[in-house]
Write a protein that binds this ligand. Structure first.
Ligand code: MAN
Length: 488
């Protein structure tokens, strides 16, 4: 128990002695309680069933299982939740690991007031100096962050427009692809049609106009024949009337002879087949001529069923497919010429389709690629930074490849937590494939800062770039601040 010079227990004195290293936020937790025994008690923070005397706090002996009773000494095994609090008046309060207490080292980066060395007293308060260093650093970081932020904003803006352009281009490419595919289809169909066009001229093609003339003549002949028949019928009627009506007593030798002749004519008259039907014969001749190629031997062109089928199927195919191709018979040289020009056209369009397909795949994979938040990595994608380190020239291609001279260290695979991962590089001598990790830190320029090979053929490359800049705040600045001991 702590008594003042009048022998009265003074809680304030007792408490302040026990509270070394306890932060203001935690003070409440270190209040003693009176269990009526006359001795102030306290419960360990991590295990309240463990009750110790209040005086045992910071007595350089570890009583609590969690070490919460020795926050101001290094008596207990290290526990991050019991770090020693340095008030650092004039600067920012800090928390130092207990094992660093009173070790003779001034840890001004955490405890600028030197309170971590409260026993040795070796470390005078340097908070004013440390704070001025910090303010200078903070202002510089803030200023740089502002510039970096502006660059980053520009990058995000251009990333957006690059993405939009890629989308538009993809739409155009899809359209072009469809058009080219259709053109190819059309030309291929045309080639098929031209190829199947008959090479040889048919007999029909040569005689068809003559056949037409014959048919016309037949028609004229039929008209003529019908008028002759009419005349004949009239003459027969006249003679028939004469035969039945003449006076046989009137001895006219000429009339008798005419009647005799007519009677002979009637009894000998043969019934003629009315229509000679030559038209049918000519029709047959016409169809037959369609099956015979000009100049061929007739053996191969007899109107067999298969020849006829071939003829009509070909004719039907031409009829169906002939929106722009009327010619179903072509001279071989004409056909060859047309086929050649179609093949040239086809080749050109196919080439164009090939490059359109490549463009399509490129754009599609580009749009599917993860460029991080706000597509920020588009701002550096494809750029390469170079640096010579340890006799090798290193080339870091953002989202492409990393090289050590001409040796491939890896091809971009993905990004995570501000790091780019490159895999499947050239094989290490008797080892695995090379790989590289590119750690992007915040910086105004895209540059290689350092390179190490923590494991054989595994490369860790630190680069700076505006894309690595994150929003800065007081906390992140404090974390990155390093005290310059030489200036203290
Ligand atoms: C080369 C380089 C080195 C690597 C060795 C492994 O010399 O690529 O970085 O460590 O090969 O054999």
């Amino acid at each position: 128990m702590r008594f003042d010079r009048y022998g009265v227990f003074n809680l304030a004195i007792a408490v302040s002695a026990r509270m070394t290293g306890v932060s203001p936020e935690k003070l409440e937790l270190y209040k003693p309680f009176d269990d009526g025994s006359g001795v102030l008690k306290w419960r360990c923070l991590g295990d309240p069933s463990v009750v110790i005397n209040f005086e045992q706090i910071n007595d350089d002996y570890c009583d609590c299982p969690d070490g919460s009773d020795e926050i101001g000494t290094n008596a207990c095994p290290y526990n991050a939740s019991n770090k020693f609090y340095c008030a650092n008046v004039g600067h920012i309060p800090g928390y130092i690991e207990n094992f660093k207490l009173n070790d003779g080292v001034c840890d001004y980066d955490i405890c600028c007031d030197g309170s971590d060395e409260y026993l040795t007293g070796d470390c005078p308060d340097k908070c004013a100096e440390v704070n001025s260093q910090y303010v200078e650093y903070r202002d510089m970081v803030m200023k740089e962050a502002k510039v970096a932020d502006d660059i980053k904003k520009e990058m995000i803006k251009s990333a957006k427009s690059v993405k939009e352009q890629a989308k538009t281009k993809l739409d155009e490419t899809i359209l072009k692809k469809a058009q080219l595919e259709q053109e190819i289809q059309e030309i291929e169909n045309k080639i098929k049609r031209v190829s199947s066009a008959s090479n040889e001229v048919l007999v029909y093609d040569k005689i068809s106009s003559h056949i037409k003339n014959i048919m016309v003549k037949f028609d004229q002949l039929a008209v003529k024949q019908s008028s002759t028949n009419g005349n004949l019928e009239r003459l027969e009627t006249i003679l028939s009337k004469l035969t039945s009506g003449y006076n046989p007593n009137f001895n006219d030798a000429a009339v008798k002879a005419a009647v005799n002749e007519f009677q002979n004519y009637v009894s000998n008259k043969r019934e003629d087949s009315k229509d000679l039907d030559l038209t049918n014969n000519v029709e047959e001749l016409k169809e037959y001529s369609k099956t015979i190629k000009l100049g061929s031997d007739s053996e191969a062109n007899v109107p067999t069923v298969s020849n006829m089928v071939h003829y009509y199927v070909t004719k039907l195919f031409r009829l169906l497919a002939s929106e722009d191709f009327e010619q179903n018979v072509m001279e071989p040289s004409q056909k060859l010429e047309l086929l050649e020009s179609l093949e040239v056209k086809l080749k050109t369009i196919k080439k164009s389709l090939e490059s359109t397909n490549k463009m399509f795949e490129l754009l599609q994979s580009n749009l599917e690629l993860d460029f991080g938040e706000d597509d920020i990595l588009r701002g550096v994608a494809g750029k390469t930074i170079t640096s010579t380190i340890g006799g090798y020239e290193y080339k870091v291609g953002f989202l492409t490849n990393v090289y050590q001279d001409t040796n491939l260290l890896g091809t971009y695979s993905h990004h995570e937590d501000g790091k780019l991962y490159y895999i499947n590089g050239n094989r290490c001598w008797n080892g695995p494939l090379r790989l590289a990790v590119v750690d992007i830190q915040c910086g105004m320029e895209n540059t290689i800062v350092s390179l190490s090979e923590p494991e054989k053929c595994e490369y860790y490359i630190v680069v700076t770039s505006p894309v690595g800049c994150k929003d800065v705040n007081e906390e992140t600045i404090q974390q990155s601040f390093k005290v310059d001991y030489a200036k203290l």
